[in-house]
Design a protein around this ligand. Sequence first.
Ligand code: NAD
Length: 264
Amino acid sequence: MKEQIEKVAEWIKTAKRVVVFAGAGLSTESGIPDFRSPGGVWDRYNPEDFYFQNFLASETSREKYWQMATEMYEPMKKARPNPAHIAIGEMERLGKLDCVITQNIDGLHFKAGNSEEKVIELHGTARYVTCLNCGKRYDREEIQERLKKGVKVPDCDDCRGPLKPATISFGQSMPERETQEAYHRSSLCDLFIVIGSSLVVQPAASMPLVAKKNGAKLVIINRDPTPYDHLADIVIHGLAGPTMARIVEEVHSVRSGGSKEISG
Ligand code: NAD
């Protein structure tokens, strides 16, 4: 593990464009459950209740959706960035981050100091709510206040259209600009680091392949095996927080001349 960490640090140091690809596993150490681990979201909810078509179909489904979304939002709001988020924030400060392509909707990258222009939120964000009819955007807190006051299904002040958290549900179109930008950055980078993703949710999971096909080195840091481990140049089966903290510490020491030459 030590040797792999040193090698990843060396690659970060020498790479021209480093893309970090983040999944729900990046935020579990901040107390936000992922989808697929035991105790994760799919242990407690039926994925079908999150389908976009169901949200559109009936007022009853929308009510259920907002109940679940509220339950998931409260811990997200209180969550603090963990050492992995902080390490990615540090990579930006060191000038070693092209962008973070994140599947996460929790906004923790921003709390860790990453700037808006460095973060591509591929699956939207829980920080805002949008009207599905006219596109008007609301601050999430404002809408949660309405729910606390007894509103079951919030609607738009302007057009009375249905309001939904600005996250991408199953069956909902991916955001065009973010998706294109993420593919573009993946194809241009020379180092692509996956952190905390099962790499099974498409089209996001195809981005490491795009990077690899275009000549980037691929690093996967995930607690459990992923379907693309065999394609990666380095796989670290470990926890995101301690692993990323050690990598960035090593980048510092390599930068200040404290580390040895690493081959490969
Ligand atoms: P996933 O649930 O499919 O997979 C998470 C992966 O992270 C698993 O393979 C697990 O082994 C690994 N993992 C868990 N804790 C870890 C840790 N501490 N360190 C390293 N690895 C760890 O998540 P996914 O691949 O991101 O895809 C599922 C969808 O989940 C995405 O669309 C995303 O939008 C959504 N999601 C986001 C959040 C969030 O915003 N925090 C939370 C739940 C789900």
